[in-house]
Design a protein around this ligand. Structure first.
Ligand SMILES: Cc1ncc(COP(=O)(O)O)c(C=O)c1O
Length: 366
């Protein structure tokens, strides 16, 4: 049996049949139906946020947030992310400006932000990489000083809290991905989190072609509405997400225990005051000390049926679309390049058995 890097959290099939029957009976299958409304309310409660707007994936909320905040010019971001982060900036006709990461967290280094600000800078788009919270206080102080907007790509940060507060409350808006590979999924899906009713109203217009009523269109909107079937699926998954996160936590404990003293392998520990979601378990290989390169270990694991993922590799700034940007030069991004060259995300999901964990570890611990 292969050990996959992830496994989707699937709702109980009988429960899902019951929900489907309700949808069939109502004949309301999309456009802000009953399950859509219920899921928005349930997510607000679970995530401890006042307003949320559901989307069909985690990329469209990024695009829409930039539109809604009328971001232009340059947007400061991190190259150590999934391509959707930078693509959303590009699709809005803005120029991404890459800032290096802090190797201690994998997140954008706040110490490097100010040097990247120019008169054209209008926003910062940091990512809570692997669900590890950015230094939101420092980023806010910089944004306030220069009058910049902050949009957090919180695709990995479902349910993450700092000192009992949702990380999604930081910045002007935060986006989530509910893709099948995420801690919480609606097959494909996502959301935008905002702080006030007016903004929620605008976002709801924008995700429905800009319609503000039957005949009125108030902006250049898009179609990114979540349908009733996925909303129903999402309601069921929400009931089991806490148990799934706890199961992931146990896997993280086992990995850390076994890997702590392995020469040449490092990983992240929990951060004080943070409620983590254990969405990924990245390890970083120092080939001189470990005696094998990252890619050799990755291939060795694969040959044994253990499918890790080099996430994030290659670095966004090395893709042909972006490598011509001045901020994409490797000299500007030494930490991000190093991390991308050394990372493997180990299998991490809610049904990874003890035997599975042992098998993974047996191949790594010599
Ligand atoms: C950091 C980050 N941003 C954005 C996205 C895009 O989300 P989606 O795949 O739901 O469109 C992902 C998805 O993998 C991601 O990891």
């Amino acid at each position: 049996m292969p050990i996959t890097v992830t496994s989707p959290l699937l709702p109980d099939l009988e429960g899902f049949h019951y929900m489907l029957q309700k949808i069939w009976d109502s004949k309301w299958i999309t456009n802000n139906g009953s399950f859509h409304k219920q899921l928005e309310a349930a997510l607000c409660e679970y995530l401890k946020v006042p307003y949320i707007s559901l989307f069909t994936n985690g990329t469209l909320p990024l695009l829409t947030a930039l539109q809604a905040l009328r971001i232009t010019g340059e947007v400061i971001t991190t190259p150590y992310s999934f391509v959707a982060t930078t693509h959303s900036i590009w699709w809005n006709g803005c120029r991404p400006v890459f800032v290096d990461i802090d190797p201690a967290t994998g997140n954008m280094d706040p110490d490097k932000i100010e040097a990247a600000i120019t008169p054209k800078t209008t926003a910062i788009m940091p990512v809570h990489v692997y669900g590890k919270p950015c230094d939101t206080k420092r980023i806010k102080a910089i944004a306030d000083k220069y009058g910049l907007k902050v949009i957090y790509d919180a695709a990995h940060a479902f349910g993450v809290e700092v000192d009992g507060e949702s990380i999604l409350k930081a910045g002007d808006m935060s986006t989530l991905s509910f893709h099948a590979t995420k801690v919480y999924n609606t097959v494909e899906g996502g959301a935008l989190v905002m702080h006030d009713a007016e903004t929620k109203k605008r976002i709801d217009y924008l995700k429905n072609f800009g319609f503000a009523g039957e005949t009125e269109v108030v902006g250049p909107g898009i179609n990114s509405k979540m349908d009733e079937i996925r909303a129903a699926y999402g309601l069921l998954n929400l009931k089991q997400v806490d148990a799934a996160i706890e199961a992931r936590h146990q896997v993280a404990i086992a990995y850390r225990k076994a890997l702590r003293n392995v020469e040449g392998i490092t990983f992240f520990d929990d951060m004080p005051g943070v409620k983590h979601n254990y969405s990924y378990f990245p390890i970083f290989i120092d080939s001189d000390k470990y005696g094998m390169t990252r890619d050799e270990l990755y291939e060795k694991l694969k040959a044994k049926g253990v499918f890790g993922r080099r996430y994030f590799y290659p670095l966004i700034s090395t893709f042909s679309t972006y490598r011509g940007l001045p901020s994409a030069s490797p000299e500007n991004l030494p930490n991000a390049n190093r991390m991308a060259e050394s990372v493997i995300c180990l299998p991490m999901h809610h049904i990874l058995s003890n035997d599975g964990v042992e098998l993974v570890l047996n191949e790594i611990v010599k």
